[in-house]
Ligand binder design. Structure first.
Ligand SMILES: [Zn+2]
Length: 216
């Protein structure tokens, strides 16, 4: 193996792989290295997507599949085998959803509001957006999920220190604590892989948690 092969292999092994629980719900993202380990240990299967059908393959089947389809480039090679990098894996045993709280952060508010000014509806770059207290702070407006929205600088300036009603401005939607878990954010921050998209469909994703998420 040439040194540059090692570099390629290393980066291939760091590719992101979507992890599904036993119920086919997306629960995490891990590196290809970790994914292949889990598949090798029999703790997960590779999910293969072809012609709108999904099949699951164990390590041996995945190795065979990789050998039969050598034209693909997203593979890592060892002396004895060539194995493709999976895009999605399905855990064999884990059937829970992770209990991750959505933290009340600037970043997460932008994600919740999809970088869209909640007054005029424009979708803008983060630099052109502010966070607005719907009820102004000095009018006892709280710094919470329910009172903070993404706003463009113009709307923010126009609204000034007034309530939306006073400023004759309407919110596109009532701000709420997000129901999603943090890894859903990958669907907004980068283009998900075609195979991932199936599992990241927001309608499939929007599972209400039985517990209240705390804003800290
Ligand atoms: Zn605006």
């Amino acid at each position: 193996m040439l040194p540059q092969d090692a570099v390629v292999m290393k980066s291939a092994l760091n590719t992101n792989v979507l992890v599904l629980n036993r119920l086919w719900q997306a629960v995490n993202i891990c590196t290809a290295r970790r994914a292949l380990c889990l598949v090798f240990q029999g703790q997960a299967h590779v999910v293969h997507h072809k012609d709108n059908e999904f099949s699951t393959l164990d390590f041996k089947s995945w190795c065979d599949f990789s050998t039969q389809h050598p034209e693909e480039t997203d593979a890592v090679s060892t002396i004895s085998l060539k194995i493709r990098i999976p895009k999605v894996i399905l855990l064999a045993f884990f059937d829970r959803l992770p209990r991750k709280e959505v933290k009340f952060t600037r970043h997460n508010i932008f994600e919740r509001d999809k970088h869209q000014c909640q007054y005029c509806g424009r979708i803008l770059d983060r630099r052109e957006l502010n966070l607005d207290h719907v009820i102004p702070r000095d009018r006892n407006g709280t710094t919470t999920w329910e009172n903070i929205v993404c706003s463009c600088i113009e709307c923010n300036t126009r609204k000034g220190n007034r309530t939306p009603k006073e400023a004759h401005m309407r919110l596109l939607r009532t701000p709420r604590r997000p129901r999603w878990r943090p890894f859903l954010m990958i669907s907004h921050t980068r283009q998900p892989d075609e195979t991932w998209r199936r599992f990241l469909d927001p309608t499939l994703w929007d599972v209400e948690l039985g517990e209240q998420l705390s804003a800290n």
